[in-house]
Design a binder for this molecule. Structure first.
Ligand SMILES: C[S@@+](CC[C@H](N)C(=O)[O-])C[C@H]1O[C@@H](n2cnc3c(N)ncnc32)[C@H](O)[C@@H]1O
Length: 243
């Protein structure tokens, strides 16, 4: 859908992963907890999941009494059923990709491709039910501009768009996207992973972090106890610099 709109301004040193259009994927709260090293206290903060895709973080956090909102461009034009069908097809596509590229994956969180498929489908089912019951939690929006006021959230989580699709999203998109995610968080932004699809390191990280520092954003690369894509075991933590 958005493929034509995604920024391709600068030629990228990141090779085409072969995945095709950006996947609408469905990760669970358990996967988010591991990817972002989320504590119970962190989950009690005002959370934004952007891009939310078909992930069940928002459903699961709110069901437990928390306060989470998801934001993604796909919420703009698709009913819950249409999105479920699309995300179902993308769960199949993602699963075919990992079976075709076993050298790019590690099996510590998931036990094998069948387990990956089952758990992603379970998250999708949970997402679909919650979006039907609580459509207000699923806000259409597209980086690098989001429909939220400054500091609307305490903690913003951003998984598997930035860095992951660096074969088509340039450095300027990463800088502007992170700047926007920081605008809407009072405290902190966490981004995971720092490798692109294809398990390729992001080659512009030093440049990006320098540009973010120029914009008053402090960054820290932190190891996490989760690795599915080979080398994908780090997150980027961004905070506002206190002058
Ligand atoms: C691989 S999914 C990640 C979803 C979720 N975070 C997860 O980990 O399961 C990538 C998502 O990015 C969304 N997306 C694509 N372009 C975007 C943009 N410019 N701003 C925000 N989200 C975007 C897609 O619609 C898709 O749902």
């Amino acid at each position: 859908m958005l493929e034509g709109e995604l920024s391709r301004a600068a030629a990228s040193a990141v090779p085409d992963s072969g995945i095709g259009t950006v996947l609408i994927s469905a990760r669970s709260l358990a996967e988010y907890r591991a990817m972002f090293a989320l504590s119970d206290a962190a989950l009690r903060r005002r959370l934004l999941d952007c891009p939310g895709g078909a992930a069940s973080l928002t459903a699961e956090v709110n069901a437990a009494g928390g306060d989470a909102t998801a934001c993604d461009p796909v919420y703009a034009h698709t009913s819950a059923d249409e999105l479920a069908a699309h995300a179902h097809a993308d769960t199949d596509r993602g699963n075919r990709y990992i079976r075709a590229h076993p050298e790019q994956y590690r099996w510590s969180f998931f036990t094998d491709p069948d387990d990956h498929y089952r758990r992603r489908r379970a998250a999708l089912t949970r997402f679909t039910a919650d979006r039907q019951a609580h459509p207000e939690r699923y806000v259409p929006g597209e980086l690098p501009r989001l429909p939220f006021t400054d500091n609307a959230f305490d903690l913003v989580l951003s998984s598997h768009l930035l860095f992951s699709y660096a074969d088509r999203l340039d450095l300027a998109f990463h800088r502007d996207g992170i700047g926007e995610l920081m605008r809407v968080t009072r405290d902190e932004l966490r981004i995971f992973p720092l490798v692109a699809m294809g398990a390729v390191s992001y080659p512009y990280l030093d440049q990006l972090l320098a540009q973010l520092a120029d914009h008053g954003i402090t960054t820290q690369v932190a190891d996490v106890d989760y690795e599915f894509q080979a080398g994908g075991n780090q997150m980027l933590i961004c905070t506002h610099r206190l002058d």
